[in-house]
Design a protein around this ligand. Structure first.
Ligand code: SAM
Length: 249
């Protein structure tokens, strides 16, 4: 099963036990992978379902055979709230965050955010997330939500463990905070309310007011070490630390 190609499918593609393949998926399966009628692949259906599917005689259709249960998700849902970095740097953040097991990404427009993303950009990030989920053999395709202002993101956050990465000062290291919170000892399955959120700042960092406001809303300021990381590096380091703790449970 492990060698089978994974393909993310949208709810609109499902019809009874059939998958209506898009032109792009047909091109990929038939031309790039050179699969034929009767060949199988794994269809990843949004959040949590994965099916073994077989290509039918008709080019545009695959037939669902059975549900497949795989285990590649972190036991705790981890949400990343990164302030949007400038340029195209966020493409790599999305790709690598998905590889590291992120459950959901909520892009933040903070006081010092320079990028104002278009709807095409957001669609592009969702495509990148789907490709990365297929490549890294995830069970789900992580959600990339619409960007929100820092205030909305912080005030509406209902995750149990909330961290905000602060580059300077004397915050405790994220790893120590995770261990203090006994994140590594939680039992599976974890209810959503016990999930984690981690916020990382833009190139210019957070304003003092943003850090203060986050703390008021229950965020714990954390350090990622003694060096100043780029805005595109910090989310990946933070997620690596969290995934490292959760993966060794
Ligand atoms: N000049 C900014 C400052 O002094 O805050 C640097 C911002 S840094 C390039 C971008 C973001 O990455 C920061 O806002 C923070 O969220 C995160 N970050 C970078 N290095 C970090 C570190 N060592 N510990 C915690 N967070 C860090």
């Amino acid at each position: 099963m492990a060698q089978l190609q994974r393909l993310a499918i949208a709810p609109s593609q499902l019809q009874d036990r059939q998958i209506l393949l898009t032109a792009q998926q047909q091109h990929y399966l038939y031309r790039v992978l050179r699969l034929r009628e009767g060949d199988r692949f794994l269809a990843m259906y949004g959040r949590g379902h994965c099916w073994l599917a077989e290509l039918a005689a008709v080019d545009a259709v695959a037939v669902i055979q059975e549900e497949v249960f795989i285990k590649s998700e972190l036991d705790v849902e981890v949400t990343l709230m990164p302030a949007l970095p400038k340029g195209n740097g966020f493409d790599d953040v999305v790709r690598q965050a998905v590889e590291l097991g992120v459950y959901c990404i909520i892009p933040l427009v903070s006081d010092r955010t320079l990028l104002k993303p278009s709807s095409q950009k957001i669609e592009r990030w969702r495509r990148i997330a789907a490709e990365a989920a297929e490549q890294s053999e995830r069970e789900i395709v992580p959600a990339i939500l619409e960007p929100v202002s820092f205030a909305v993101g912080v005030e509406n956050c209902d995750r149990k463990y909330r961290y905000i990465c602060v580059a300077r000062g004397n915050s405790r290291h994220l790893l120590d905070c995770l261990l203090d919170n006994k994140i590594e000892k939680e039992e599976f399955p974890i209810p959503n309310s016990q999930s984690i959120v981690i916020a990382t700042g833009p190139e210019g960092g957070w304003t003092d007011g943003e850090v203060k406001s986050a703390i008021e809303f229950g965020f714990q300021p954390v350090s990622l070490g003694s060096r100043i990381l780029r805005a595109v590096t910090a989310p990946i380091v933070a997620l690596s630390i969290i995934a490292g703790v959760l993966d060794r449970r």
